[in-house]
Write a protein that binds this ligand. Structure first.
Ligand SMILES: [Zn+2]
Length: 402
């Protein structure tokens, strides 16, 4: 793989003979390459070479098999992290390592999880990734309203940098999206020198970090390659002086929902990518989040969806479901759930409150993963507003899926 950056944020890459246009993201999801160029707007043109290298790697990693040649020398430490993590040879070498900055920014999407992360660090600036069209790829996803999300981010009152990018269109399949989940941070990485960043906070919660949630594996994942500090991505980011920080990595989506709805950013929370004046209420994400919100607010489910709609059909099938722990949590707490489209799922779980109470507390090792200079603030927040898991609750996490 050969990568070239021009004009600050314009990336083009050429595959070597051994590279392939099909691959897998770090969560094992199969993906296919569409095009070998993209750009990132709103970033400076003089970032440290290791920052350019990591930003590029979030986009080209799935296609690269044996080596990567950058257009500027990187540090030996950065090359070692690529070699240890992926077995690729990286070069040319020659740069001094980047010294971590002093600050922490939040990679801010506007969803409940990232709002909760933001609430823990009320002074942290935001970096928001906004999707824009690619000049050479047709937009097959016109209903994705990144403009609405960017406007909401701008109305939070926080110090905000919005980066615009078409990098998601480098993916042909399964749909436009991040080649690696970390590509959402490509712009923040290129801004790290200007913003003096030593850490970047993400809204990944307990399910994503520890339970193998989402489209990943449904089991306890202490060595999660994407989000563990000792995982390959954690070490790569650290080598570039930008630590991955998961302020809400120890709490479930029930807690992030409660924190987000109780925060002063409540009016800006938006997890739906489709709605304009508000959430669309009919996509799969809206349905999932409505279940969690109804559980947190202890009220009946409020959805226009019926069981035969595509967004709801999966709950007629057997588990595992994405975000299964939260499905279970919702089933245990939403009044009248047996009269809703979730009724068939009731047969598969223990839906007592006792069996799901662990999802209201923080898994303590998650706080230990936060770099020391930002840990005390998160720990104090969790102690005051959430509470730590008991030993038996910790065992629920560590036996998940086993
Ligand atoms: Zn929606």
């Amino acid at each position: 793989m050969r990568v070239t950056w021009t004009g600050g944020g314009d990336l083009s890459f050429r595959l070597d003979p051994e590279d392939e246009i099909t691959g897998r993201a770090s969560d094992e999801h199969p993906i296919r390459l569409a095009i070998n160029s993209c750009s990132i707007g709103g970033v400076p043109d003089d970032a440290h070479p290791d920052l350019y290298a990591v930003a590029a790697w979030t986009i080209v990693a799935p296609w690269t098999r044996r080596r990567i040649t950058f257009d500027r020398a990187v540090s030996a430490e950065l090359a070692r992290a690529l070699h240890d993590g992926w077995g690729v040879e990286a070069g040319p070498l020659g740069a001094e390592p980047r010294r971590p900055g002093a600050g922490l920014a939040i990679s801010y999407s506007g969803g409940a999880d990232s709002v909760a992360a933001a609430t823990i660090y009320p002074d942290a600036p935001f970096v928001h990734f906004r999707r824009v069209a690619h000049p050479r790829v047709p937009n097959r996803w016109p209903h994705y309203r990144s403009d609405v999300l960017a406007k909401l981010a701008a109305s939070t009152g926080r110090e905000l940098t919005t980066v615009t990018s078409d990098l998601e269109y480098t993916l042909a399949e399964p749909r436009p999206g991040y080649p690696e989940h970390h590509a959402v941070a490509a712009g923040a990485l290129l801004l790290a020198d200007r913003l003096d960043l030593g850490g970047l906070g993400f809204g990944y919660e307990l399910g994503s970090r520890w339970l193998g949630g989402g489209r990943y594996l449904w089991r306890f994942t202490p060595d999660n390659p994407m989000w563990a500090p000792h995982g390959r991505w954690g070490r790569l980011f650290a080598a570039a002086g930008v630590h991955i920080v998961l302020p809400v990595g120890g709490v479930s989506e029930a807690v992030t929902m409660r924190l987000a709805l109780g925060s002063d950013l409540r009016d800006q929370v938006r997890w739906c990518l489709r709605g304009t004046g508000g959430p669309c209420r009919t996509c799969a994400k809206c349905l999932y989040k409505e279940l969690i919100q109804a559980a947190v607010e202890r009220r009946p489910l409020d959805t226009p969806l019926t069981a035969d709609r595509p967004a709801a059909r999966k709950y007629l099938k057997k588990p595992p479901f994405g975000g299964q722990e939260m499905i279970q949590y919702g089933l245990a707490r939403v009044p009248g759930i047996e009269n809703t489209l979730f009724a068939p799922a009731l047969d598969h779980f223990d839906v007592s409150e006792e069996a799901t109470g662990w999802l209201e507390h923080c898994y303590p090792p998650a706080l230990g993963e936060i770099p020391e200079r930002w840990r005390a603030q998160a720990a104090a927040f969790v102690e005051a507003d959430v509470g730590l898991m008991s030993d038996s609750e910790v065992r629920r996490v560590e036996s998940w899926g086993i």
